[in-house]
Design a protein around this ligand. Structure first.
Ligand SMILES: Nc1ncnc2c1ncn2[C@@H]1O[C@H](COP(=O)(O)OP(=O)(O)OP(=O)(O)O)[C@@H](O)[C@H]1O
Length: 502
């Protein structure tokens, strides 16, 4: 659960903030003075601070400086009354996350707190580049053992300590944001801020103002001066995601910033200097965009001080099985489940699929499948429709996992179809099934046997009760709801004959 520390001498503000954030699952810790707030920063490890600029015992700006000394990455949102926005702007220049004017607009508060918590995650949750699946570890594991991912990890290590701009390329969902965070965390600016901006998520005007700030009255709705991310991020690292989506105006301002580290706020005359490292990412073909005049060639070369290109998931061989196990372990914890393995036919479908959405899609498929199946084994019938209908690629073309380590389990499973196994199990019985799986070199026998036993058990009992589910649930000693889920997840069809759908 995320935690917000609200530092304000007005109790009604704490009340309002708690009520507003109740449904977002954010815990609110109140502090009535700057001193109490600074103590709470140390003792309670909040993820975000809402700091009133007018406090009884200290100026908000001084309190902000002390908070920064303790935790330079903690996002602080300044709350200011109308007329005292100059102080808030000053705090923004010093690196505050954003500011709100009182009376607090609850929608704005909710939005800003959401952004701040996400920003805290990006900057502070460590990205562990190791091959071990240890869901108990704090942080996000960056899983990859195949050669191309090992090269990526080396590249991150090589480029992180230098201040050169890095361009991260790769299809959607391949882990570009993880790479950006790893570069920041392993770099020489890791004590400075890390701010991420998605260039595709904002209109041209809003993106320009988000990056460079604006002066009061620069455009309709610009009621106050606003400090942009480049100014706020002085001394830090900025992550420009979807950089191919910047308009020509923004492109030329970013180019100048890269060349001279200077810019002007929108509607402003004074030139501002900033020292920011730029990491950018895209899944677009920037060379083609340059050829077509949609992206500035000089900007492309500037951003591209060093390139890291992530391979698509379908080309990562054994890593697919490792990632699958990694997500299963994490989701078991998150969903309070105990799924221990993947049925052979489900594994085959997972390996045959092309994964256009890459690692993000795999993560979401595993979650959906876990929500659909109730047993200890992830069954093929629980997989979403796109995997059920995916054309099976010829084995020689598909990048199949090798037959050692984790992948052996899936590799072995690939040698026998689910129908063969079901028949084996029914006709030759339990022992023969186990012997035959050992003979083909399985490394996942526990899960395979439980999966087959569950299908067999349900089919036999439902046949005995002629499809009567109340009677079957009584015999099995499980609730009717649980039986219904198991029937669905095992693909059991109740008709004149009780059978497992093929
Ligand atoms: N190698 C990996 N190990 C563990 N998790 C990964 C790996 N690669 C990606 N992920 C996870 O997959 C999800 C998508 O990754 P990420 O957001 O970094 O991709 P992206 O390339 O930036 O996507 P997009 O192009 O859509 O912005 C995240 O939840 C991330 O933690």
């Amino acid at each position: 659960m995320a935690r917000l520390l609200s530092i304000d001498d007005d109790r009604s503000v704490h009340h309002l903030v708690s009520r507003t954030l109740e449904d977002s699952g954010v815990e609110v810790v109140p502090a009535l003075s700057a001193e109490a707030g600074i103590e709470a920063v140390k003792a309670q490890a909040p993820d975000v601070v809402l700091l009133d600029i007018m406090l009884p015992d200290m100026s908000g700006l001084d309190a902000f400086r002390l908070i920064r000394q303790h935790d330079p990455r903690l996002p602080v949102i300044i709350a200011t009354s109308a007329g005292s926005s100059e102080n808030a702007i000053e705090a923004m220049k010093l690196g505050a996350f954003d500011y709100l004017t009182k009376p607090i607009d609850v929608e704005n508060l909710e939005r800003l707190v959401g952004h701040a918590i996400e920003s805290r995650r990006l900057a502070s949750v460590p990205v562990g580049m190791n091959n071990l699946t240890r869901p108990q570890d704090r942080g996000d594991a960056f899983v990859g053992r195949c050669e191309s991912m090992q090269e990526i990890f080396k590249s991150i290590g090589r480029v992180a300590p230098q201040s050169v701009p890095v361009l991260i390329r790769g299809e959607s969902g391949t882990g570009k944001e993880l790479v950006a965070r790893a570069i920041y965390q392993h770099g020489s600016r890791s004590d400075g801020p890390f701010l991420a901006v998605n260039c595709a998520a904002l209109s041209e005007t809003l993106l320009e103002s988000e990056l460079f700030g604006h002066e009061k009255g620069a455009f309709t709705g610009a009621q106050d001066r606003r400090i942009g991310k480049f100014e706020q991020c002085n001394g830090g690292t900025i992550f420009l995601d979807e950089v191919g989506d910047m308009s020509p105006t923004v492109q030329s301002k970013v180019l100048r910033l890269l060349q001279q580290q200077t810019f002007e706020r929108v509607g402003g005359n004074s030139t501002i200097k900033t020292d920011v490292r730029i990491i950018s990412a895209t899944n677009r073909d920037l060379e083609e965009m340059c050829d077509e005049g949609q992206f500035r060639v000089d900007l492309f070369y500037r951003l591209n001080g060093y390139t890291i290109t992530l391979p698509p998931l379908r080309e990562r061989g054994d890593d697919r099985v490792m990632l699958l196990q990694h997500f299963l372990a994490g989701l078991n914890k998150e969903l309070n489940r105990d799924v221990q393995g993947v049925a052979p036919d489900a594994m085959q479908k997972l390996l045959d699929y092309d994964w256009p959405g890459n690692v993000r899609e795999l993560q979401s498929v595993v979650k959906q499948a876990m929500l659909h199946c109730s047993g200890p084994v992830l069954m093929a019938s629980a997989l979403p429709a796109e995997l059920q209908s995916a054309a099976v690629r010829p084995r020689a073309e598909a990048s199949q996992p090798s037959t050692n380590g984790m992948a052996e389990k899936a590799g072995a499973a690939a040698h026998a179809s689910s129908e063969d196994e079901a028949e084996d199990f029914a006709e030759s019985g339990f022992r023969d099934f186990i012997r035959s799986r050992i003979a083909v070199g399985t490394g996942d026998l526990y899960a395979e046997t439980l999966a087959e036993m569950e299908k067999e058990l349900l089919t036999l009992v439902l046949t005995h009760t002629s499809g009567n589910q109340s009677e079957a649930s009584r015999i099995l000693g499980i609730t009717r709801g649980s039986l219904r889920n198991k029937i669905r997840s095992n693909g059991i069809v109740i008709g004149p004959n009780i059978k497992v759908a093929q």
